[in-house]
Write a protein that binds this ligand. Structure first.
Ligand SMILES: *Cc1c(COP(=O)(O)O)cnc(C)c1O
Length: 379
């Protein structure tokens, strides 16, 4: 029986082993330590922001960022419906109300015109908008050329959920550098991993310092444990930061491999009635996707559910795109500005195995399985 082909398996080498061993042997096991400081400095430098705060998850970064932007009861946060639940959950943790906005067709990222329409509609109704969150879906930056100036004009802070997008850029600016504050994730299946972890990025040192304080139980700087507000236990450990530094040293190499995999799919599937999300970057010639996951919609043939089922029987892990938040039972009462695009992307969209450890033979097996499935049913 052939190997099981996984969607996005982490790749760990001796480089990472050396870093983690250094952390263990240095004695810096109890949570913080020099690898945390170095990891923050290296990520901030890579993304081009003033500072970074290493946290236990991307969700924790979103939560703290929202708290600092003033999200809370009576406030509204506007965000894309096509995202992972963590983005929306973080809004609920603060007590604010999430309002969802539909996708643009070419890449599934938030529709910038609908986003601004939602903001203006909510304002006209007298709603108090704490922040807008954008999500750089599957490793591709949103249309910030439209979104940033429109939000700045309305004085609404932007939180960039760049959990999937480290290494991507738009017009020379790195994902994670848009907005007042941004969140990264280093979960196991992301572009790089600390096994579990995240980071908050910002150019605003006061915001970073406030989040640093909240992330370590909001302890006052006195000799005993003194607390004047609710804190969290959200910091990343020194051992995991060491793993992150090892991964970061190989990030470009891992992105290059994901890009080669994308190109192999593009040529192998070119004759099928499928559309790759975000391909045809011609509309925005200078954007650079990190190729985290290769995603496509089947235009003519089996729906996503049938493709996922058929490939799973061949031991190939293909997944649906994120199920839009407005279709999730937990958010079924949430306000949504929809056009039907995300519903359609969910019905027809799949993500293909894209991890850097996949071999060309494995990619070719995914291609030939898709070719026989889609061309059989298309006839
Ligand atoms: C993975 C992810 C998160 C959450 O990150 P964790 O580190 O798993 O908490 C948030 N938003 C998006 C868009 C993600 O893909």
């Amino acid at each position: 029986m052939s190997d099981r082909i996984l969607l996005s398996q982490a790749q760990v080498t001796e480089v990472e082993e050396r870093y983690v061993l250094d952390a263990l042997r240095s004695g810096w096991v109890a949570p913080l330590g020099p690898h945390v400081d170095a990891f923050e400095a290296e990520i901030a430098d890579r993304v081009g922001v003033a500072g970074a705060l290493a946290l236990s998850s991307g969700t924790a970064a979103l939560h703290l960022a929202l708290l600092e932007l003033g999200a809370g009861p009576g406030k509204v946060v506007v965000l894309p419906t096509m995202t992972f639940a963590a983005t929306a959950n973080a809004v609920l943790y603060t007590g604010a109300e999430p309002v969802f906005v539909d996708s643009q067709r070419q890449d599934g990222n938030v529709d910038p015109h609908l986003l601004i329409e939602a903001v203006d509609t909510l304002r006209t109704e007298g709603r108090d908008i704490a922040a807008v969150i954008t999500v750089d879906l599957f490793g591709r930056c949103c249309d910030y050329a439209s979104i940033e100036p429109a939000l700045a004009e309305r004085e609404i802070p932007l939180l960039e959920d760049a959990a999937e997008a480290l290494g991507a850029s738009l017009q020379g600016r790195a994902a994670g550098s848009f907005g007042r504050v941004a969140a990264l994730s280093f979960n196991g299946n992301k572009i790089m991993t600390t096994s579990g972890g995240g980071m908050l990025l910002s150019d605003h040192n006061d915001l970073l310092e406030r989040c640093r304080y909240l992330s370590t139980q909001a302890r006052q700087p006195v000799a005993w444990y003194e607390h004047t507000e609710v804190g969290y236990n959200y910091r990343l450990s020194n051992v995991l930061a060491a793993l992150g530094r090892g991964q970061l040293s190989r990030l470009d190499e891992m992105i290059d491999r994901r890009r080669q995999i994308r190109e192999r799919y593009a040529s192998g599937l070119a004759h099928l009635p499928v559309t790759f999300l975000g391909r045809g970057g011609a509309q925005r010639g200078d954007d650079d996707d990190n190729c985290w996951l290769t995603t496509l919609t089947v235009e003519d043939g089996p729906d996503a559910d049938a493709v996922v089922g058929a490939l799973s029987r061949q031991r190939i892990e293909v997944r649906h795109l994120w199920k839009p938040m407005h279709l999730q039972p937990v958010f079924d009462r949430a306000r949504t500005f929809t056009t039907g695009v995300s519903d359609d992307l969910f019905r027809r969209g799949i993500t293909l195995p894209s991890g850097p450890a996949l071999s060309d033979d494995q990619i070719d097996r995914v291609i030939s399985t898709l070719v026989s499935l889609i061309s059989d049913q298309g006839q």
